[in-house]
Design a protein around this ligand. Structure first.
Ligand SMILES: [Fe+2]
Length: 284
């Protein structure tokens, strides 16, 4: 499914790379150095390869420079957008291998607080994985699936798939779990929590199970879903989602902390973090 080309120009803005201040570049470098040090043994090889080839060191990257390398590798491009954009525009961009990124960066006084995704989350977190051919295909397929889902009343199910894969996904086996999700990979605290804390569950990925599972937007995740490989993720999501949605009719939501008898459990979490912070999951 394609949408009018005009849509792209409707949401895209100029990154205005020359407009960034020295202080803003310094925030990027501080965050970059911290995350790069943490991720060397914690991000999956595809992420680390992407980080290397994109060369995101030394300040907020110029999207034009990223795009020369990225487009050459997988045909993806990064475009600047003014902030959160409508679902239809978001899916349309992904389906066209365009990744929307904020242009602003968080303030130096609040390195770990984000009210909405900034350029560090969007570019450092998401773009390295877009250099991987399999993940690049998955993201395009997700966008195409989103366009098809727009009229089907199943966007919450699709949003959970994005959340538990693109934002907070883990890959590998019990003995060598790695991050590929951008939400975790761009956050120092959640990078460590996702992999090393005893609090969250780590469960084998199952498409319908993930789509039924509510998630936390206000705290660390209570459950992370683990794929054996990126190929397995792409394969699992090639199903006709109309059939998946039909099978989800009447199937209730699952709490973010729940473990079911049918789950493949890698870690049965203690949920102590959630108990200590007392956060109640918001309805989704
Ligand atoms: Fe994100």
């Amino acid at each position: 499914m394609t949408a009018p080309l005009a849509l792209l120009t409707d949401v895209a803005i100029d990154q205005d790379w020359r407009g960034y201040t020295t202080a803003e570049h310094r925030v990027w470098s501080t965050l970059y150095d911290r995350q790069a040090a943490l991720l060397g043994t914690r991000a999956c090889q595809a992420f680390l390869n992407g980080l290397e080839v994109l060369d995101l060191r030394g300040g907020i990257p110029d999207f034009a420079a990223i795009n020369v390398r990225l487009e050459n590798l997988t045909g993806w491009r990064v475009i600047a957008v003014p902030g959160l954009i409508p679902d239809a525009d978001f899916f349309d961009l992904l389906a066209r291998r365009r990744f929307p990124s904020a242009r602003f960066i968080r303030d130096a006084s609040a390195l770990d607080y984000l009210s909405e995704p900034d350029v560090f989350h969007d570019v450092f977190g998401h773009v390295p994985m877009l250099t991987d051919p399999v993940f690049a295909d998955y993201m395009q397929a997700y966008g195409e699936g989103g366009l098809r889902a727009l009229g089907l009343n199943h966007l919450p199910h699709l949003a959970r798939l994005y959340w538990y894969t693109v934002e907070f996904g883990l890959v590998g086996a019990d003995s060598d779990l790695r991050l590929y999700g951008a939400g975790a990979a761009s956050s120092a605290a959640e990078t460590v929590f996702a992999l090393e804390s005893r609090s969250p569950n780590r469960l084998g990925f199952d498409l319908r199970r993930v789509m039924r599972t509510r998630y936390r937007i206000d705290d660390f995740q209570q459950t992370y879903f683990v794929i054996p490989s990126l190929d397995a993720l792409l394969e699992a999501t090639l199903a006709d989602f109309r059939d998946v949605y039909t099978s989800l009719e009447g199937a209730g939501d699952i709490g973010p902390e729940a473990v079911l008898p049918t789950d493949r459990v890698l870690t049965l979490g203690t949920q102590t973090h959630a108990a200590e912070t007392g956060g109640r999951p918001p309805p989704q």
